[in-house]
Design a protein around this ligand. Structure first.
Ligand SMILES: C[S@@+](CC[C@H](N)C(=O)[O-])C[C@H]1O[C@@H](n2cnc3c(N)ncnc32)[C@H](O)[C@@H]1O
Length: 285
């Protein structure tokens, strides 16, 4: 996709007022020349040249390998990194959160949207896999329901429910959590990933709406309305670099593992929540 060039920093000049000969030269010759070069070699190479050769005059540099400057209003990629690799928020989901709790993915499993993580992490332990979507006509769907009002799903049904990147699309989060707790079997596990720092997911925004970003604290408060505090485990992932990289649509292999795994409690890029439904009271004597 073509990148719209943005104006260079002009060292504080507003472009108004007295027009000196150097200023006229700049606007008549230098800037058109730079614009021409920029179009000729492309935005990425141009920015790389600025960062590496000009030591990033007037800009704040990201790693030179990205070939881009932070002084830009357009993201490097707008697709979370999907087309060229794996998004950074999925790295935390697939390499950290779900592997840590994969033993919970067993028996009767409900997943929202598709069954990718049921299959990837549940494997042989899964006896029944259900896919829930809110809208009709989504391939693979076995249950069409709105989680805020899903009376058609029987109570005490699932051993595990997987909700990755879904709660931000549901306005009435408490109602959805009440449904999820109700349809879990006693002792069943809810595995949830929500975004803390993220761009808008345009497809979802246009189809069912995107409403929320979460923090570890808001997640805890919300889940404690439905689950016992001792049954909730919350983990955050991310740091300033991985957050910026994610916002720019870089994918996980564009950062090192050490960079991805550095944990900074003030940059909650994604939040993982494991909540267990209160086990049935022991009725044996
Ligand atoms: C981006 S997908 C997320 C799930 C997917 N497995 C993933 O990991 O990306 C968003 C999902 O939210 C679901 N959704 C949106 N609003 C919903 C609601 N009120 N009740 C149930 N599901 C909802 C949509 O059906 C869609 O499958």
């Amino acid at each position: 996709m073509p990148v719209t060039p943005i104006p260079e920093s002009r060292n504080g000049q507003s472009g108004h007022g007295r027009s000196s000969i150097p200023a006229q030269l700049l606007s008549a010759v230098v800037w058109p020349f730079k614009t021409f070069i920029r179009r000729l070699i492309g935005e990425v190479f141009y920015q790389q040249a600025r960062v590496t050769l000009l030591h990033e005059h007037g800009g704040v540099g990201l790693d030179w390998r990205w070939g881009n400057s932070l002084r830009r209003v357009h993201p490097i990629r707008r697709d979370f990194g999907w087309q060229s690799g794996r998004p950074i928020d999925r790295y935390y989901t697939e390499d950290h959160f779900l592997p840590a709790y994969q033993a919970d993915i067993r028996g009767r499993v409900l997943e929202i949207g598709d069954d990718r993580y049921t299959r990837q992490f549940g494997g042989e332990r899964v006896a029944l896999s259900e896919i829930l979507n809110v809208n009709p006509g989504m391939g693979g769907t076995t249950i069409q329901a709105d989680l805020t009002d899903a009376k058609q799903i029987p109570s005490n049904t699932y051993d595990c429910a997987i909700l990755t990147f879904t709660l931000q699309f549901i306005f009435d989060v408490p109602a959805a959590l009440r449904t999820l707790e109700r349809i879990l079997r006693p002792g069943g596990v809810l595995l949830v990933i929500v975004p803390g720092i993220s761009q808008i997911a345009r497809y979802d925004m246009d189809n069912w709406g995107e409403f929320w970003r979460f923090t570890s604290l808001s997640a805890r408060r919300l889940f404690e309305q439905v689950f016992r505090p001792k049954d909730i485990t919350i983990t955050t992932y991310g740091n300033v670099l991985s957050s910026l990289a994610s916002l720019h649509g870089l994918h996980s292999t564009e950062l090192t593992t050490a960079e991805l795994d550095h944990w900074d409690r003030d940059y909650e890029l994604v939040i993982g929540i494991r909540a267990v439904k209160r086990p049935a009271a022991n009725t044996s004597h």
